[in-house]
Design a protein. Structure first.
Length: 302
């Protein structure tokens, strides 16, 4: 077996937590020769029984193959695990969760050591790895040449989606989607809290919530179009002024039900700030205009 065998390319995996173990098992099941290393050697035992070669040190694991996949605790762990190891000619694929800034810095770090680098953001749980029907996938960004070389191998655990040469973009896509997810979870949590103690079963509210949130999915595309065009007024159905006025009902209901509004207040406050800044200019806008305050507030001058 050689690196030129694209159907069963050999690779090294550093890190055998829940995600790393799921990745390892998927590559082994697909027939890829796999070398693994983990800080706690006992975690590699089961994989050895399944055909993995267990390296005694990170250096030995890295030396075994050109393709080296990292699935460690955090970015700091990468630096400590690979400290002093010759990375010349290696292809590093970083599946460790991190930020865009860390991805960019780590790409420069790898290049200085003679390695190609791709960062990644995993949009899946360990149980979704190796299960195409589950819908999981992985964002990749950085060296296009590296990604193209190993794409067949990288697509074994989950669908691979390349999002650009900027090494930070995979992590940025990952966090953007997760941030939207948590915002959705916050709204759902608030909705269920409102009916606690009422003669309304959560299981009866559930299909109504799903249906309503699905109908509101248009906001995703609408926001993208408005943020691109910077036109926040054309075709507005429910204006910012109307939304701010209606928000009082949400807060009064929460108070009546004994529910903290803390999951809703930040977004409601953002809309009110946008309106109060210039009611005449912003009152007829779509609520998307309020989002422009976020970058101005956190990144002055940009």
């Amino acid at each position: 077996m050689t690196d030129n065998d694209t159907d069963h390319r050999p690779l090294t995996l550093l890190g055998l937590g829940d995600m790393g173990t799921a990745l390892a098992r998927t590559w082994l099941a697909a027939g890829h020769p796999l070398t693994v290393w983990n800080r706690t050697p006992a975690k590699a035992g089961a994989l050895a029984a399944e055909g993995a070669a267990v390296a005694a040190t990170p250096a030995a694991a890295v030396a075994a193959n050109t393709l080296v996949v990292l699935c460690l605790l955090d970015d700091t762990s990468i630096g400590s695990v690979l400290e002093g190891i010759d990375l010349t000619g290696k292809d590093l694929v970083n599946l460790t969760t991190g930020t865009a800034a860390e991805g960019r810095a780590r790409a420069a770090w790898a290049e200085e050591r003679g390695a190609r680098f791709v960062d990644a953001g995993i949009m899946a749980t360990p149980t979704m790895i190796g299960a195409p029907e589950a819908g999981g996938y992985v964002f990749y960004s950085g060296s296009r040449a590296l990604f193209d070389t190993h794409r067949t191998t990288l697509e074994v655990p989950a669908d691979a989606r390349y999002v650009g040469e900027d090494p930070g973009h995979a992590a940025l896509h990952d966090v953007a989607l997760l941030s939207a997810m948590y915002g959705l979870f916050a709204g759902i949590s608030h909705a269920y809290a409102l009916i606690e103690g009422e003669d309304i079963a959560p299981k009866d509210l559930a299909p109504l919530l799903s249906e309503w949130l699905g109908a509101m999915g248009f906001f995703v595309g609408n926001a993208a179009e408005r943020l691109t065009s910077r036109d926040f007024t054309t075709g507005v159905v429910s204006s910012l002024a109307m939304q701010v006025a209606a928000s009082g009902t949400l807060l009064r209901t929460a108070a009546d039900q004994g529910v903290s509004p803390e999951l809703l207040v930040p977004y409601l406050d953002l809309m009110r700030e946008r309106l109060d800044a210039d009611p005449a200019a912003h009152g007829a806008e779509d609520t998307v205009g309020a989002l422009t305050l976020l970058r101005r507030r956190t990144a002055p001058g940009r």
